[in-house]
Design a protein around this ligand. Structure first.
Ligand SMILES: [Zn+2]
Length: 186
């Protein structure tokens, strides 16, 4: 089999999907693509904590305080096989409710882009083409769902961001300094 054939039967990875370029906002400023239609927020350790399209319509927030992401977000490694990703708990969460969804494709260092829109929705609904080889060699990557804590106190929403690779059997404690101690509210 020549190289072209090998590529044709190789299962697609997330990095092969049509990714939308994203600017990366770090605690020190913004990096990358000018005019990118998405913005991905990372912390000091370059861990992805949030993402949103650049053109946020401020009159239509997803919750009354506007703090919740309008998109349900999963963060996943670029080398992950799409067919495998679709079987994971995190990706199945994207299928659960209505509303826009997005996959932030990022490794420990870099954000490759955001998989979003009609192509993602089609793959979520119908899977990957069967020409993709069904045997998936060991794939160590586990995508994670990004959630904001829904705990409320005196009308204020906690909103602390945590990442989950499975539904927690016991909700973790939430370290919101300004609110009473509580466990994460899904
Ligand atoms: Zn909380």
């Amino acid at each position: 089999m020549d190289e072209t054939d090998a590529q044709n039967v190789a299962p697609s990875r997330l990095e092969d999907m049509p990714l939308t370029p994203a600017a990366v906002r770090t605690p020190h400023g913004e990096e990358g693509e000018n005019g990118a239609s998405w913005c991905v927020l990372v912390d000091e350790a370059r861990t992805v904590i949030a993402a949103r399209p650049r053109r946020v319509v401020s009159v239509a927030p997803s919750s009354t305080d506007g703090s919740a992401p309008a998109y349900r977000l999963v963060v996943a490694h670029p080398e992950m096989f799409v067919a495998h990703a679709l079987t994971t708990w995190a990706f199945q969460q994207l299928d659960e409710d209505d509303g826009p969804v997005a996959v932030i494709v990022a490794d420990d260092e870099n954000v490759r882009g955001v998989w979003v829109g009609a192509h993602l929705e089609e793959v979520l609904a119908f899977g990957v083409p069967l020409s993709a080889h069904p045997v998936l060699p060991g794939d160590p990557h586990i995508p994670q769902v990004i959630r904001r804590c829904g705990y409320r106190e005196d009308g204020r929403r906690c909103g602390v961001i945590q990442r989950f690779s499975c539904f927690p059997q016991h909700m973790p404690p939430c370290a919101a300094s300004q609110l009473a101690a509580h466990t994460f509210v899904w």
